[in-house]
Ligand binder design. Structure first.
Ligand code: HGA
Length: 605
């Protein structure tokens, strides 16, 4: 989502801010801007659309100064126009904001009454005017900033420059992440380690409610009450080099093809094939005593959670509840005493998932997270962290993070089953061997991608596409539909195959492609029968299967999959649905890596 970079520096700020904003482009944004402070004077350039537009403006009218703040905006309040782009400015300050000021309406009304006029529709602008009012009332910058923070409700990461204060920058964090970067004779603020990768690896992660007053030489963090606090310095692992596409056309394609390697790496951290055991990090509780598992996530991570439910229930015989993070804490969930809550998020910053985590923690639940970013807020707040080791995922539509999440969840399910005494050593050994086979089988699927490219051309111009599957492959159908929606903008739905006849079958005609996910398991006959029902209504069935050669007669297309066991098939079948979406999007010519309206790390609720 929005990216923030702030520099109190000793050399020209604009090129450095632009470079940092470029690193954040993958997160998705719709406008961008930079403000600098030069000899006490504030000035800014903003542009709707891509960073190139901002660069062009900066070439036409450069911004001088060694101090600056920059922002990539993913609009929540107000259209993605230049007027709504950050930084927002008054005659006294410039500010960038990530998050949502929930009480902005009442603040706006209050400010309007005092004669303030607003330039755009963002919630952020009220913060700019509030801070300006307190400065004009004669408060010191520090007091004015602290007083402003006390008036805000909602979520925010803020970064502020003040006119006339050449060696001063403020930042604040509540609900949205903010990181301080330490330089020599310079200091920085960023929305995450990636934002600061080219500037500093010595970072201070602000905690909830923290705010910071910075000069080039000093960094002072305060808590909500305004008390000075000490926060530790960590060394960032985020490499300062830009992640590149290699010889792929898009990051998403690169990440799809990387999957055998990253899944092997990920499994390598959790499997001991010699001993035939799953090895998880030490936990501050006994897994054997866990009475219930609750899995909570959003989007693709939520589908990984749905797959995990099948594994955990079947192997470990532990009751499992799964929910969407944005719904979870608003429905008075019933926690089991000593229950284990698992939160899944690629970035570890997803606002809804983080809020759900805190809800569970407050209720005394044990908290385990699966994240890709080790330095993330969720990783820092959990009792146990299972990193998925997917490496940086740049494509907005998640691919390799999904299959790595599945791999780690499969290993977890086996471990829990062993801890519960539901499987014996030879069974655990067999499951470990099965998981070990995943990367090779994934490579086999990828090897046949040309066939999927041909099939994808036939769905690229459809208005609606359905994905159907049963059991553990039902969530894969939903994930396939999500991928297609995200990057090709084709309306798609994932259904449990048996559910079609209860409504969605009304949509079927000769123009509706239906992707059938049907591995040769104990449900294949049922799934294929459902596909026959679709064909009887002229639906264009595309079958993904390692069997059903005979039943394939009359189907529009069939993609041959390798055979595998129940821990590996969901991981394998994720690949053809990713590739269908990818090639359909390429065929349509959409912006694959930065699809419209989407953001990578969703840090607003
Ligand atoms: N609410 C602000 C900032 C949006 C944001 O944080 N996106 O990630 C706006 O709409 O400008």
């Amino acid at each position: 989502m929005c990216g923030i970079v702030g520099i109190l520096g000793t050399t020209a700020a604009t090129p450095r801010i632009l470079e940092s904003l470029k690193r954040l482009e993958y997160r998705g944004y719709d406008s961008a801007g930079i403000a600098t402070l030069n000899a006490g004077t504030l000035d800014r350039r903003r542009a709707a659309g891509k960073l190139e537009n901002l660069s062009t403006k900066l070439k036409e009218a450069p911004l001088q100064g060694n101090n600056g703040i920059g922002h990539t905006r993913w609009a929540t309040h107000g259209e993605p126009s230049e007027a709504n782009a950050h930084p927002h400015m008054t005659d006294r300050i410039a500010i960038v904001h990530n998050g949502i000021i929930e009480n902005f309406r009442s603040l706006k009304a209050e400010l309007t009454e005092t004669g303030v006029t607003f330039e755009g529709e963002t919630d952020t602008e009220v913060v700019a005017h509030l801070l300006t009012r307190y400065l004009k009332e004669g408060l010191s910058p520090r007091d004015a900033f602290h007083k402003t923070l006390g008036r805000l409700e909602g979520a925010f990461a803020l970064c502020v420059l003040i006119r006339g204060e050449d060696n001063l920058m403020f930042g604040a964090r509540e609900g949205s992440p903010l990181v301080v970067g330490l330089g020599s004779g310079e200091n920085y603020l960023g929305s995450d380690a990636m934002a600061l990768a080219s500037l500093s690896s010595r970072l201070i992660y602000l905690e909830e409610g923290d705010w910071v007053e910075m000069t080039r030489e000093t960094v002072q963090v305060y808590d909500t009450t305004g008390r000075p606090v000490k926060r530790s310095v960590s060394i960032s692992q985020v490499a300062s080099t830009m992640v590149d596409k290699g010889n792929h056309r898009h990051f998403m394609q690169k990440e799809i093809f990387e999957q055998p390697t990253v899944v092997a790496q990920s499994l390598g951290r959790y499997l001991d094939p010699n001993a035939g055991k799953v090895t998880l990090p030490d936990m501050p509780f006994e897994l054997a005593t866990v009475p219930k598992v609750t899995l909570v996530a959003c989007g693709t991570s939520y589908y990984a959670a749905l797959v995990a439910r099948y594994w955990i229930e079947k192997l470990a015989r532990v009751p499992v509840e799964v929910d969407i993070a944005s719904e979870f804490r608003y429905r008075a969930p019933v926690y089991a005493e000593g229950g284990l809550c698992i939160f899944i998020s690629q970035s570890g910053e997803t606002a809804d998932t983080l809020a759900a985590l805190r809800h569970a923690k407050e209720a005394g639940q044990r908290v385990l997270v699966l994240v890709n970013v080790l330095e993330s807020t969720m990783a820092r707040e959990a009792d146990v962290v299972l990193p998925i080791h997917a490496g940086p995922e740049i494509g907005v539509a998640s691919t390799k993070a999904f299959t790595c999440q599945l791999s780690v969840l499969a290993a977890f399910a086996v471990n829990l089953a062993a801890a519960k005494g539901q499987i014996d050593d030879p069974q655990e050994d067999a499951y470990v061997a099965e998981l070990e086979s995943a990367p090779k089988l994934m490579a086999q699927v990828l090897h046949n991608d040309a066939k999927l490219q041909t099939i994808a051309r036939s769905i690229a111009h459809a208005r609606d596409v359905l994905f159907v599957g049963r059991g553990i492959h039902y969530p894969i159908a939903m994930e396939g539909a999500l991928k297609l929606k995200e990057i090709s903008y084709i309306h798609a739905e994932g259904y449990a195959a048996g559910e079609l006849k209860h409504g969605p079958i009304a949509l079927i005609d000769e123009n509706v492609p239906v992707i059938g996910i049907a591995p040769n398991d104990d449900l294949i006959d049922k799934t294929v029968s459902n596909l026959q029902e679709i064909m009887a209504r002229q639906g264009k069935v595309i079958l993904l299967s390692d069997n059903a050669e005979d039943e394939a007669e009359g189907m529009f297309a069939r993609f041959e999959m390798p055979s595998a066991g129940e821990l590996v098939t969901p991981i394998l079948y994720a690949i053809p649905v990713q590739l269908l979406a990818y090639y359909a999007a390429v065929e349509k010519g959409t912006d694959v890596d930065q699809p419209r309206n989407l953001a990578k790390s969703v840090t607003v609720e």
